[in-house]
Design a protein around this ligand. Structure first.
Ligand SMILES: [Zn+2]
Length: 399
């Protein structure tokens, strides 16, 4: 039996007037998800535990079967796991965005959490220059992908910096940065680093992009996760463009498959991801295929883009996989990690809709897949990190 776990990041949404009262999932053309839903079990899962922020780090950790309340230490540590950084247990790993603010003063505003979706070829040299000029015994900068980078504060987990509350920049688009500057000011070293970095970024020879400030957030101790195969008895892989998912895979000893041209945006390499999933399943049991596009469209705030992202997920990922695996014993889990409503342009805690399709699945009696039809079945998992075990139980794959 092959198990495919397909994630459209941030796909969940609310009804929109501009879509005639439909959600993007309802407005999108999704014959493949609808077919799987028609013949499968459909419900909702609370992927973000009470008291935790609705980040992709928390939600995808839950989807992979690991309780975030037990294992989550921050966003930074997960992405450090993707890079396999050599860390000490007392290090504090920060996610470091390159952002655009109106001005780096108390009356400034966050303009763009991604510096115009800066390309890695542009951002990596900038982060290397920051390391060259500002790296020291206390701080080390590590380049990542696009606007997502890392800052390691050596021994920082033993300091008050571990408890600083800094907003995820994608949560404060066009909002004041004053509260977060206050947070930075509680750490003299971090405060100095942010302003010294501004001087580096002001040098146009080093920085040709729209980035004008570094934004450290999501800090925590290094990530430790159980071994996925030991926990679920499955030889598995993760396929995604983002370090967050690669880090969860790496930390739980799953295979991490890189796909050339996977951008995490609407124009990603869908076929490449499909081919990678199929070839891994030749000799293995389980793939977790993650598409970042719908989330970026949710943050972008353009409903038509999000509808397109959902339609492409169905047509270029779910469809081709169903076609290729026709006639073979296959089980499916299709869902999203959290909602990224167009109206909010950031994440919310809504319970996500899911489909389980495979042996042992009594159809829930619905004809299409959406937030509303999933709600209508009345099936809800209050602990999202139990969804995978619940599915394996249904499919008769529980070890
Ligand atoms: Zn997400």
């Amino acid at each position: 039996m092959k198990l495919l776990y397909l994630i459209a990041d941030g796909m969940g949404d609310w009804p929109l007037d501009e879509l005639g009262g439909k959600t993007p999932m309802e407005a999108a053309h999704t014959p493949n998800m609808d077919e799987l839903a028609k013949t499968g079990v459909v419900g909702r899962a609370q992927t973000v535990p009470e008291g935790m922020a609705p980040g992709s780090d928390v939600a995808n950790m839950a989807l992979l079967g690991f309780d975030p309340a037990e294992y989550h230490t921050g966003r930074g540590p997960i992405e450090a796991a993707a890079q396999g950084l050599d860390l000490n247990p007392d290090d504090l790993v920060w996610r470091l965005n390159l952002v655009t603010v109106s001005k780096l003063t108390i009356d400034g505003h966050m303009r763009d959490y991604s510096s115009g979706h800066i390309a890695t070829e542009v951002s990596a040299p900038i982060v290397n220059a920051l390391q060259e000029k500002l790296g020291n015994d206390m701080y080390t900068f590590y380049p990542g992908v696009q606007y997502r980078h890392l800052l390691v504060q050596h021994g920082g987990a033993l300091t008050d910096d571990a408890h600083l509350l800094v907003s995820p920049p994608h949560d404060i688009t066009d909002k004041p940065i004053k509260p977060d500057l206050r947070a930075f000011s509680k750490s003299p070293f971090l405060w100095d680093l942010v302003f010294e970095a501004k001087e580096v970024l002001d040098d146009r020879r080093i920085n040709p992009s729209r980035a004008n400030t570094i934004w450290p957030w999501g800090q925590g101790r290094p990530l430790i996760l159980p071994d996925f195969k030991e926990k679920f008895g499955l030889e598995g892989a993760v396929i995604s463009a983002v370090d967050l998912i690669k880090g969860l895979g790496n930390a739980s000893n799953m295979a991490v498959i890189d796909v050339e041209g996977a951008t995490g945006l609407l124009d990603t390499n869908y076929q490449g991801k499909v081919d990678a999933a199929l070839s891994f399943l030749e000799d293995n049991d389980f793939v977790f295929v993650h598409l970042e596009g719908p989330d970026e469209c949710g943050h972008g705030g353009v409903a038509a883009d999000k509808v397109e992202a959902v339609s492409r997920f169905d047509a270029q990922v779910v469809g081709p996989l169903r076609e290729a695996l026709k006639g073979r014993e296959t089980a499916w889990i299709v869902t999203c990690d959290h909602f990224t409503p167009i109206a909010e342009r950031t994440h919310t805690r809504d319970a996500v809709p899911f489909i389980l399709n495979g042996p042992g699945c009594e159809p829930s009696g619905i004809s299409s897949f959406s937030e509303r039809t999933a709600d209508a079945t009345g099936l809800k998992l209050d602990k999202g990190h139990e969804l995978l075990a619940f599915a394996l139980q249904k499919f008769g794959m529980k070890q």
